[in-house]
Design a protein. Structure first.
Ligand code: NAI
Ligand code: MG
Length: 350
């Protein structure tokens, strides 16, 4: 079998971490008898420098024609003074919208080997395994009208029933493969949109009788994630609540360099670490590639159906952490040996 993978390395540590993910992907492909063919596309600051725009048309067409997209990160100080429509981050938002990736999946899995890397107590987080399913291309970030005239400003929170159904289905499908519990997060006590959200989730739940659906207000959910994160299995929520809660959930795990994500919809899915381009450490060979390598595992699992290869990667990461190999960000947590970005890629691949 052969798969076409579009690759966007981007800026800062992007190229460094993507190279390690490709190294590991090629290793498991060899072991599991399939081939990955990569095509590189530009986005972000490097695209601005080389083509004048943050999201060249060629990138959109190329990614749409591929089986899956592996993406590093974009952005950096050099491009921060450009007008908003020309900035790297605008390229990324437009990219997500053009790809129709309405579901952002962010697993927050605590590694037993890194229990003390979190700011929470080890006994609170041990065994924690949460999947946050965030709606990504609707809600208040995209709703119209929006305006700011200098005296008054407003945004609009809109969700249609269809949008809620499609993200709800994603969450319930995940729950079926996990612990069969969905917690839908909203603010139905004060928001109309949330009332529709809650009613619609109840409707979706009827098709999944094995799954237990609960509802939680977002303010309480923020508190519960920090108080007792293990109570959650799948969390499903809208764009702005999911943005905030998935960052909260990431701190339950520890380093930002560990957290992968998938953005999926009806077209090509995008797999990327949750962190940015980390310009402060770019070019030094110290970035943690694990978030990106685990994102590659998600790609094998969800877009290519190569479960075995995906499990090989996830298990290799666990073993490497158990053996005490750490990149610099995790050097303080039971490190037996502190390794570079490329060494970490080699060790995981081996
Ligand atoms: P960031 O996530 O790039 O970095 C935050 C902190 O975490 C930094 O101290 C960095 O060194 C560290 N860090 C991040 N990834 C790491 C890794 N793999 N290993 C070790 N340490 C790591 O966020 P920041 O600094 O707010 O943004 C930097 C640039 O990235 C900005 O231009 C921002 O717009 C962009 N950005 C891009 C994203 C994307 O492409 N998806 C997402 C978030 C930010
Ligand atoms: Mg965010």
């Amino acid at each position: 079998k052969k798969y076409n993978i579009s690759v966007i390395k981007g800026d800062g540590i992007g190229p460094e971490i993507i190279d390690e993910a490709i190294k590991v992907l090629d290793t498991v492909a060899g072991a599991c008898d399939f081939t990955l063919e990569y095509k590189e596309y530009l986005m972000g600051g490097i695209a601005i420098d080389e083509t004048g725009v943050p999201l060249p048309d060629e990138t959109v067409t190329g990614v749409l024609a591929s089986d899956a997209c592996l993406f590093g990160a974009i952005g950096g100080e050099k491009w921060d003074t450009l007008p908003r429509e020309l900035r790297p981050e605008t390229g990324l938002l437009n990219f997500r919208e053009k790809m129709g990736v309405y579901a952002n999946l962010r697993p927050a899995i605590v590694y037993d080997e890194l229990l003390n890397a979190s700011t929470l107590k080890p006994e609170v987080i041990k065994g924690c395994d949460i999947m946050v399913v965030r709606e990504l291309i609707g809600g208040i970030y995209f709703g119209k009208p929006r305006e700011n005239d200098g005296q008054k400003a407003f945004n609009t929170m809109v969700y249609t029933k269809d949008e809620i159904i499609r993200i709800g289905k994603q969450a319930f499908e995940f729950a079926m493969k996990r612990d069969k519990r969905v917690c839908s997060v909203d603010k139905a006590n004060v928001l109309e949109v949330s009332q529709l959200w809650r009613d619609t989730m109840e409707e979706v739940a009827k098709d999944y009788p094995e799954v237990e659906l609960s509802h939680m207000y977002v303010d309480n959910a923020a508190m519960q994630l920090v108080r007792n994160p293990k109570q959650f299995d799948v969390i499903v929520t809208g764009n702005i609540f999911g943005d905030i809660l998935s960052d909260t959930a990431s701190m339950v795990v520890g380093s930002i360099g560990l957290l992968p994500s998938a953005s999926t919809g009806d077209k090509t899915a995008i797999y990327e670490p949750i962190h940015g381009s980390a310009p402060d450490i770019a070019g030094q060979g110290i970035a943690n590639p694990i978030a990106t390598i685990e994102s590659a595992a998600m790609m094998l699992r969800y877009s290519l159906g190569e479960e075995k290869a995906a499990d090989m990667i996830s298990n290799a990461i666990k073993n490497v952490l158990k053996d005490g190999y750490r990149t610099k960000d995790l050097a303080a947590y039971d490190a037996k040996e502190v390794v570079t970005t490329a060494e970490m890629g080699d060790i995981i691949a081996n």
